[in-house]
Structure formats: structure tokens, C-alpha cells
Design a binder for this molecule. Structure first.
Ligand SMILES: [Zn+2]
Ligand SMILES: [Zn+2]
Length: 220
């Protein structure tokens, strides 16, 4: 007779009925199950960053999203899911937006279609890096719709989250430059929080990294 005990003809799964290694295996299995099903079960440092945004949409299941400036003169459409969404708390973004942070949806330029007859106008604006940025504004209300950073070509745009018709479809993927975050703003732990910038390989979803590689190849 093994160490298994029987109680009224039924197998006893409790306590000493199982060897120590089996009990440890069951506990480890429970932890893994909860970690996969409920990411908030783990501390932020152990979570998969790309699964923390609450946005389960993939590039394949993406439905186009429209946006525009406040006066309605410029209208545009995002044909694809943004690569990654920065919630930037740097002092430059605070000044540029006139509020506590900027919400920038990074997306390939080829996936941004201007649907209005009027086109945005480009204005040079200083940036934190010193390289400046090209800000695209409505010629009528002058509101900023997107920007292109540095002196690179117009290949990836930073579309301002607040100009989307359904901004909730593009929640932040990460909070950056949080050392200058406004002290009254309390961040939850559902998305990664970094003091300054971050390693793209570590935080971007695999499909976004692939799309960026595809873009680089197309520019060669
Ligand atoms: Zn406008
Ligand atoms: Zn910023």
C-alpha cells in the first residue's frame, strides 16, 4: 500500500496524501496559472510589459480609427494599430500641450491618411533632445495633430492621442520621463513606468518590432 490514503473509498488529495514534490508542483502550477490569467497578480517588474496595456487588439484585428483638430478643418484616419503609445511626462511635453503630459501614438506615416481636403501645415518646434521636431498643425485652428522627431524623414509619426475620436482605443503602453511627472498625478501599475526613456526591445510588442524592421528594410 502506498502513502496514499483512502477515506470512505475516495482518494484523499489533502495534506500528506501527496509527496512534497507533488505539492510543490501543484503550488507552482497555481502561481503560473494566476500570473497568466491575471497579470496584476505579479509585481510590475515581473510582468510582460506588452501585455499590460489592456489593449488586446492586434494589427490583424485593428479597425480604422479617425481623428481631427478641434475646428474640424483637418480630419485623418489611422489605418493600422499604433506601434506603441508613449505617455510622456517630460517638461517639454507639458509645455507643448499646456497640460500634464503628452499622449503620443507612434505609427508608420504610411498608415496615417488625411481624409480632409485641407492638409496640415508643418512648423518647427524645439525638443528635449535638441534636434527639434516637426509639428503638423491645422492651418486654421493651429492645433497640433502629430509630430515627427529629429531630422529624420517623415516615416514614423507621433499622433496626439487627444485628437482621436476614440482615444480610449489607444491607451498608454508606457509612462516615460516620470521624474518630472506632476506630483498630484498618481499612476496605476497596469503599464510600465520608467524614469526617463526605455529599451524598445524590452517593452515593445513583438509585432510592433517586426513592423519597425519592415519599415527600416523598405527605406534601404
Ligand atoms: Zn483646425
Ligand atoms: Zn516628452
Amino acid at each position: 500500500m502506498s502513502r496514499r490514503r483512502r477515506n470512505e473509498g475516495r482518494f484523499d488529495w489533502t495534506a500528506s496524501a501527496l509527496p512534497v514534490w507533488a505539492r510543490q508542483l501543484i503550488i507552482a502550477g497555481c502561481i503560473c496559472f494566476h500570473a497568466l490569467k491575471y497579470p496584476s497578480f505579479l509585481p510590475p517588474s515581473l510582468r510582460n510589459p506588452s501585455s499590460n496595456t489592456g489593449d488586446m487588439t492586434t494589427s490583424e484585428s485593428w479597425k480604422t480609427l479617425e481623428g481631427g483638430c478641434p475646428c474640424g478643418n483637418i480630419r485623418y484616419r489611422l489605418e493600422q494599430k499604433p506601434l506603441f503609445t508613449h505617455c510622456c511626462h517630460c517638461t517639454w511635453c507639458q509645455r507643448e500641450t499646456g497640460t500634464a503630459f503628452a499622449l503620443n501614438n507612434m505609427i508608420e506615416t504610411k498608415f496615417v491618411t488625411v481624409t480632409s481636403s485641407e492638409q496640415p501645415v508643418m512648423r518647427y518646434t524645439p525638443s528635449l533632445s535638441g534636434l527639434g521636431q516637426k509639428m503638423y498643425r491645422c492651418p486654421s485652428c493651429q492645433f497640433a495633430l502629430w509630430s515627427v522627431y529629429g531630422d529624420s524623414g517623415d516615416f514614423v509619426r507621433f499622433v496626439r492621442g487627444g485628437t482621436l475620436d476614440e482615444p480610449a482605443r489607444c491607451p498608454p503602453s508606457i509612462h516615460i520621463f516620470t521624474t518630472t511627472k506632476q506630483p498630484w498625478l498618481i499612476l496605476g501599475d497596469s503599464v510600465p513606468i520608467v524614469e526617463e526613456f526605455y529599451d524598445r526591445e524590452k517593452y515593445w510588442p513583438k509585432e510592433s518590432l517586426s513592423r519597425l524592421e519592415e519599415l527600416k528594410k523598405s527605406l534601404m
